[in-house]
Design a protein around this ligand. Structure first.
Ligand SMILES: Nc1ncnc2c1ncn2[C@@H]1O[C@H](COP(=O)(O)OP(=O)(O)OP(=O)(O)O)[C@@H](O)[C@H]1O
Ligand SMILES: [Mg+2]
Length: 392
């Protein structure tokens, strides 16, 4: 494995080199930066597995912008940034640029070693989870109103009803999540932050008692009514909650916020598949491209990311081939607009299967669910089947 180290002083470079080589990286290329070197110049044509860059406060914003571009075109390189500060603003900007971790300048050998080992474990981690763990599927909209919540809630309903999967839905749109209203009269008393606040005593019993039971196989954990409640939640607490949910359910469906903050990144890291929901309009294409670049920078394989074009218009100005070319990924599903049925489902707080089980959207969601199952959905009897006494 190769490493590239860029720092401002020879001593910093030397201490980095010693740790990196002790962790099995060979050919560590050390580059001492001078005020005349832009990071952009130093990063051209690099061939490496890991990049460690020291940034000074004065040029940090520019360096982070450069790292974002670098990450977008080098998705497999793990980037670790050394910064003079680790305030929330720096961490967020770095994470959004796809930097894997930020350490303070002149990190101790043990901190740096721990980071390198975390990367190694993550690279080796099999994308297939233990059999006992549920699969986690995240839905994220490229732009507000793409249809992520509608599709995610109805996907969960179909997994539970048609495929008999014990399904948990977590509303991780913590600032303005309202998923419960899409498939029920509304949330119950508990919300996700009440569970993370009690993480040390959280067990399967408390988890089940806190869920809103939408159907025999379909439980939902809503977002807090007050967005401020989410500020108390840490990524470590969310990880423990998700671990417990995965052990207790066959399938876990997440409705995500679009902002790639540490909580969102934790949930996406733990997801097996991310459905990115967009429309075939230019602003959505731009955002889809940007998000796919960030996902790659976070180290996600392309087969984890699935593009869904919602409200798809066949004769729209942008066709599927153009979307695929711009975004750099195949479109996995297209979903037609169906205003009357969708509006009725949302306005009455019921899944679309209860408004019109034959709606084309239901069929596409069944195809998506089928991809995680391998078995055919339990057949839903039509009135004529029931009349004729056909067995399911
Ligand atoms: N295929 C569709 N046909 C018709 N209407 C749709 C379709 N998909 C979604 N909608 C409508 O679009 C609106 C926005 O959907 P939704 O709330 O699911 O979007 P979102 O991506 O979750 O938005 P936000 O980013 O604000 O969370 C909803 O009112 C829903 O009725
Ligand atoms: Mg939503």
């Amino acid at each position: 494995m190769k490493a590239v180290l860029i720092a401002w002083t020879a001593t910093q470079l030397e201490s980095l080199r010693l740790v990196v080589e002790a962790e099995g990286y060979q050919e560590a290329l050390v580059i001492q930066r001078s005020p005349n070197d832009t990071l952009n110049l130093l990063l051209s044509n690099l061939n490496t597995d890991i990049l460690i860059v020291e940034c000074l406060t004065a040029t940090q914003a520019q360096d982070i912008a450069t790292l974002e571009l670098f990450n977008a075109s080098n998705p497999n390189v793990v980037v670790l940034m050394l910064s003079q500060t680790r305030d929330a603003e720096t961490l967020l900007a770095a994470m959004q640029a796809g930097v894997r971790e930020v350490l303070l300048t002149q990190p101790s050998a043990s901190d740096l070693t721990s980071s390198l080992r975390r990367f190694a474990t993550r690279k080796k981690a099999s994308p297939i989870k233990a059999e006992t763990h549920g699969k986690t599927i995240a839905f994220m909209s490229c732009k507000g109103g793409s249809g992520a919540t509608f599709l995610a809630t109805n996907f969960a309903d179909i997994l539970a009803k048609d495929f008999g999967k014990k399904t948990a839905f977590l509303d991780l749109d913590l600032q303005c999540g309202d998923a419960a209203y899409y498939v029920s009269p509304g949330p119950n008393q508990s919300d996700i932050t009440e569970l993370t606040r009690q993480i040390d005593r959280l067990d399967s019993k408390l988890l089940t008692a806190s869920m809103l039971h939408i159907g025999p196989n379909f439980d939902l954990l809503s977002a807090p009514e007050e967005p401020e409640a989410s500020y108390t939640m840490s990524a470590a607490q969310l990880e423990r909650l998700l671990d417990l949910v995965e052990v207790n359910y066959d399938m876990v469906v997440l409705d995500m916020d679009r902002v790639l903050d540490p909580l969102t990144i934790k949930a996406l890291d733990m997801s097996d598949v991310i459905y990115l929901v967009m429309e075939n309009l230019l602003p959505f294409v731009r955002d889809a491209k940007r998000l796919v670049g960030k996902f790659r920078a976070l180290g996600y394989e392309d087969n984890k990311i699935r593009i869904v074009v919602n409200r798809y218009e066949k004769n729209g100005t942008i066709d599927i081939a153009q979307i695929e070319k711009a975004v750099g990924l195949k479109v996995s599903h297209t979903i037609r607009s169906s205003f009357a049925d969708v509006a009725q489902a949302i306005n009455t707080g019921v899944p679309i299967t209860e408004v019109n089980p034959n709606n084309a959207i239901v069929q596409v969601l069944r195809d998506m669910a089928h991809g995680f199952d391998g078995t055919h959905p339990k057949r839903v009897l039509s009135w004529i089947d029931r009349f004729m006494g056909t067995q399911s």
